[in-house]
Design a protein around this ligand. Sequence first.
Ligand code: HGY
Ligand code: MN
Ligand code: MN
Length: 416
Amino acid sequence: MNWGRYAQDRLSEIARCSVDEIGVTRFPFTPEHKAAIGVIQSWMVQAGLQVHMDAAGTLIGRKQGPNGVPTFLIGSHQDSVKSGGRYDGIMGVVLGCLALEKLRAEAVELPFSVEILAFADEEGVRFPTALMGPRALAGTFDPAVLDMNDKDGVSLRRALADFGGDPDGVSALARDPSKTAGYLEIHIEQGPVLEVADAALGIVTGICGIERNTVTFAGDTGHAGTVPMDGRRDALVAGSDFISAIHDAAINIPDLRATVGALSLHPNVVNAIPSKVELTLEIRALDDTVRDNFARSARSVGDRISGLRRVDFAMERTYEQPAVPCDINMIGDLEAAVAAIGHTAPRLPSGASHDASAMADLCPTSMLFVRCKDGLSHKPEEFASTEDMGAGIEAVARFLKRIGQSGLSDGKSKHR
Ligand code: HGY
Ligand code: MN
Ligand code: MN
């Protein structure tokens, strides 16, 4: 069986569940998501799973184990960014289903229950929030996010209800940690490390923390031809000072990433001085203290520029998720499983965030990276090879057999 070929074919099929644009655009609770649900459901059925969608819109395929045993979870997200690639997120659902299908084909019965989870919204591109599905399972869901709106003014509550979810039932989805043995997410690396190491697979040591801020500079508009240069309170000049200062500071801090990804301007016309600039500042780091310190220094840079350019400055944190370490026992089990198929997988941190970031509040969490071409992601050129995905499926099947033999079935797993 060429499991990698199966994976490639399934990813081509589900890539068509997309807004008709370049690359894949599949936002949560949209017709594209609905179409994807149908396709994923067929994969789960083919793997012998019982399928249902939970109140948060997570599609769940469950293989029941013997009575009273814990459940091991495997998952990732079905959604994409705008004009993104065909592997980010959904590949983890495909490879999880195929690993279970492989075990089924080998008549292997695991001594624990297993679930494949296809989460609705990890990217947080449609709504200014993310990770509702895994946060619901982890019991960290904040119902207030249901009142957040997308750019068309549709609330998350309404979109979820119209999609067939149950907004008022999301908080009740919290799982019992004592009955949850662990979580594995299979994901493309989205970076260059595995390619440089010539490794098909990588094992994640930890996932970066993230915070997102809205930064505003407010000055005065005026006629571009009549207001003298030295009399201006130009918000865009201040904003550009800030963006350059942030970049020049971040470049000297290892493992820290600072990005101004979105910017809006007012009045945004060719012959008027910009009176207001609003930009997003996202900061990521594997160490939350490093991230906090950088945010503090960004504020003082903004205050300095505000005085220099005689404009008002504000910086408001709108989103935060802490850095999470992966489970050391599962790192060892993944390494042994990868070695058993004749591969060597480097250990590496994840600069991208994942559903696993939220699942770490529920249970021991692990991630297996699959090499991606040129480290590209969040763009149509995103690509993982059939061979590398085949290795991923083999490794996950071995991993599940290995943890089954390590006492997971009696609930006293070393993963707790
Ligand atoms: O932003 C991220 O790291 C993830 O791709 N949503
Ligand atoms: Mn992504
Ligand atoms: Mn992802």
